[in-house]
Design a protein around this ligand. Structure first.
Ligand code: AHR
Length: 505
């Protein structure tokens, strides 16, 4: 068993952890939108205007702050005017990226905005640069956010919506280095400036424009974008062309061609996965360092708008639909990501797990009218108290919570903490597959009372939830909290995630 001390200064406040670090992503991909969020008004599955209510209810409990849509790669072949007006009159198209299936455009702008309203989430709309036009994107912003009278306002009103919506987060293309147009960074940066120019702030609706950014450790891409941020000729008040730049990072346990099964893996696969998950720390730090050179005042946000695990699809399912199961391993990938996100909260403005329903590292999986909550869902739920809280730095002192995985070092103990309105939340993950971890919480600069704990673990790392066994991996109360002279002592079982809550005394 490892023995560690976590020193937490309750009176030294770090940056605010934006609730948008707990953001989500829904693409027209496989069964994420169709069958996941959208079942249509005639479905026997309970719905409101076609939107599936059991999914909404599950996600509302997470307080999901924002939802990115319609892609992903799909965003760069999506033409928004195909998705408005009477549904039976909407044109169809082929979703060439994902399964080569026909898309009937029944879920479009109005349906997405209705979904966001039901979820209580802010919309994050990703516009089309790869195969769209500047005019098309500019008109979409006008259609959504302009009041009064204008061609797009008249079109919106003709489709039944009088008042403009509020939309803040706006993506300018997706993966322009790849599926979004196979561009060079320089060309993509020029397009981002051009498109951003015509994505107007209508009235008091202020856009947060997010330029299509790097993948993984492509710091050069970020540098090229950062060299282009300043728009001195834009307006009376100089502003940046874009307020955020995106980053994508997926966790795999090995090479892309051999991703492996979501549920059948061994301990070595598990440790490789955890080491890959923790790489996000160095990657965010690398992009942040580049951004600091051009933007020392940190006015531009880093937006990790795609992250999560990517496994082989479940046997017998469409390879283009990216449907994968979700085990305790996925949950621990999520919990360690969040500790790292909290640490980088000053620069990291948003993060969106890919994807919310039935695709990649999902929160919920549906099968007909059945719905299960995944282990990853429970991490989001147990951690929701960190949203918009003030981060508290956690210093870990340990001799044995480190293991070498290939050429990487894995920290097998991961932690973060925050305080909000006097409520302290401490998250701890023991990533060791076999050994428990004893941790002493050495709280300084204050004290907390009324502590309670919750734990997410299972017998095996491969354990997961399914319609017949929905609670195999679910949070349980954790009361192994002992007050000693050194602090609050707890022992985390192997492969477990624990949260401790209390109030500042
Ligand atoms: O999330 C699945 C896909 O991964 C997205 O469409 C794309 O942006 C990324 O490559």
């Amino acid at each position: 068993m490892s023995d560690s001390t976590a020193v937490i200064n309750l009176d030294i406040e770090g940056p605010t952890i934006s609730r948008h670090l707990y953001g989500h992503f829904a693409e027209h991909l496989g069964r994420c939108v169709y069958g996941g969020f959208w079942v249509g008004q005639d479905s026997p599955i309970p719905n409101e205007g076609g939107i599936r209510l059991d999914v909404v209810e599950a996600l509302r409990a997470l307080h999901i702050p924002n939802l990115r849509w319609p892609g992903g790669c799909f965003a760069d072949e999506y033409h928004w005017k195909d998705g408005i007006g009477p549904r039976e009159q909407r044109p169809t198209m082929v979703n060439t990226h994902w399964g080569d299936v026909e898309e009937n455009n029944h879920f479009g702008t109005h349906e997405f905005m209705a979904l966001c309203e039901l979820l209580g989430a802010e919309p994050y709309i990703n516009g089309n640069v790869g195969s769209g036009t500047v005019q098309e994107m500019s008109e979409w912003v006008e259609y959504l956010t302009r009041a009064g009278d204008s061609p797009m306002v008249r079109l919106r009103k003709a489709n039944g919506r009088q008042e403009p919506w509020r939309v803040k987060f706006w993506g300018i293309g997706n993966e322009t280095w790849g599926c979004g147009g196979n561009m060079r960074a320089e060309y993509s940066a020029d397009l981002a400036r051009q498109y951003a120019t015509y994505c107007r702030d209508h009235g008091d609706n202020k856009l947060y424009r997010i330029a299509s950014g790097a993948s993984d450790a492509d710091y050069k891409w970020t540098e090229t974008l950062m060299q282009q941020i300043s728009c001195f000729g834009c307006e009376a008040t100089p502003r940046n062309f874009f307020q955020g730049i995106s980053l994508h990072y997926y966790t795999l346990s090995g090479p892309w061609e051999a991703k492996g099964s979501a549920t059948v893996f061994d301990t070595d696969d598990y440790y490789r996965t955890m080491a890959a998950a923790q790489r996000i720390d160095r990657i965010i730090a690398g992009h942040s360092t580049v951004m600091d050179v051009y933007d020392p005042g940190r006015t531009v946000g880093l937006v990790l708008d795609e992250w999560g695990t990517w496994w082989d699809v479940e046997p017998g399912t469409n390879p283009g639909f990216l449907f994968q199961q979700n085990t305790l391993r996925d949950a621990l990938v999520a919990s360690t990501h969040f500790d790292i996100f909290h640490k980088h909260a000053a620069r990291l403005h948003m993060a969106n797990i890919a994807q919310t329903v039935n695709v990649l590292q999902a929160m919920v999986l549906t099968d007909g009218d059945a719905l299960v909550l995944t282990p990853t869902y429970h991490v989001f739920e147990m951690n929701k108290g960190h949203q918009d809280a003030t981060s508290l730095t956690v210093h870990l002192k340990s001799d044995r919570s480190r293991r070498t995985v290939g050429d990487a070092e894995l920290e097998t103990l991961s932690a973060s903490a925050s305080v909000k309105d006097g409520a302290v939340l401490i998250s701890l993950s023991n990533l060791d597959a076999e050994e428990p971890a004893r941790v002493t919480l050495d709280l300084r600069g204050g004290a907390i009372g009324g502590t309670t704990g919750r734990i997410l673990t299972a017998d095996k790392l491969q354990d997961h939830n399914a319609p017949g066994t929905p609670e195999t991996v679910a949070p349980r109360p954790f009361d192994d909290l002992r007050t000693t002279d050194q602090g609050l002592v707890l022992t985390l079982p192997p492969h477990s995630f624990v949260t401790v809550q209390g109030r500042l005394a």
